[in-house]
Design a protein around this ligand. Sequence first.
Ligand SMILES: Cc1ncc(COP(=O)(O)O)c(C=O)c1O
Length: 465
Amino acid sequence: MTIWTPTLADGGPRYRRIAEAMAEAIGSGDLNPGEKLPPQRQLADRLGVTVGTITRAYAEAQRHGWVESRVGSGTYVRRAAEDDHVPFFRAGQPAGDGVIDISMSLPPPHPLRARGLQRALEGIAASPDALQAATEYQHEAGSEAQRARIAAWQGSHGLPDDPTRLLITQGGQHGIHLLVHNLAQPGDLVAADALTYPGFVCAAQQAHLRPMAVPMDADGLDVEALARLCARQPPRLLYTTPDLNNPTGARLSEARRERLVALAREHDIWLIEDAVQYLPEAQRGTPLIDLAPERTLHIFSTSKVLAGGLRIGSLTVPEQLQERLCSALRSQSWMVPPLMVEAACRWMEDPDSRELLRWQIDELAARRRLALDRLAAYAPLCREGSSLIWLPLPEGRRSSEVQALLARRGVKVSTPEPFCMGSEPAPQAIRLCLGPAETRETLDRALTIVDELLSEPPSSPWQTL
Ligand SMILES: Cc1ncc(COP(=O)(O)O)c(C=O)c1O
């Protein structure tokens, strides 16, 4: 019989890393439901840790419901019960066709995600009041109680915490959609960083707005360039992600935030501050909504913290816009489904969600170090706390060529094209995401392939005359 002996990830207390390795082994099928775990002393000897550490690790895994201890017999991988509808042992997406897709900005897979949702849903199912509320129409911005719970959770993470200005949305994209359709008219000029989140580019196009691409550099949006553009014709609104530009990872400097707010006041520009790309609080600057609450519309979402499939986010807006946006929400779908809001609220209030976020921050930090190390020869950019790697390509390499050649080798990455505002030319670079790979090892395989490809002389796949 082979004894399960995990390879431990870096960072964090050892007992927790052992418990997480257990969850990953269960997810990947290395440990099967019903399988007996090694006796604690044996595993302690193999890993060179104390028996106390293993006892804590087993207790931690049991607390999450991954294993169960049977008195006098040992610890076993928990079998899914008849009523376990959620496959909470699955660590991430199945390998499928073997392609490693690091093109999408997703949080790293962890069994606690499905587990958190499972617990939230079980809690709702067991609560007559919650079930009753989920069957009823609510206020279009969300029930007062749910808005207060989301605001309180946001506040505990250094995000806007005023429930009276908060509207619940179906994720960050819904917030963007609502704002571009309600703050601007077809034909209006809307500004954003020259490279920005494609969901905004697309929403602005669909609303028939005219794009104004604002030049940017390592300090984010070039506010002096915006001032020159405003002198010709100011935009109706400006969309920006001041803490973390998607795709480049640039952060708007404090001085530029002040200047941007002054410019917005001078030209009466709405500021849309998108904070969906979650960053630990220490890595953020002063929120625009704190500097100019009267004209900033703040977008947040649970997508990068809990799970994208929840589709629960928030808009915090100036009071004078509340009624207009509530009316837009009503005309779309009356309200976000109260059941999903309740699931998100219960999940965010579950202490495990804090643990999940702590794990995610540590995991992304380890993945970031790995990527910066693996790709050091190409001077990749990735701010601390970020999950996006921006990789300007070596002289002579083109993004579409590199993307196509990587796809042939089984690695999917993004080019800058979808991030371009208007007709701006795209720089020669690629964006890699640290989150979606199932494990660090998978990410490392992808990074090694990127490194190998870039170290080879270019071989243009040109096929035209
Ligand atoms: C900057 C930014 N805004 C908004 C979104 C969309 O968020 P959601 O999935 O909550 O709609 C994303 C998704 O990656 C994003 O990067």
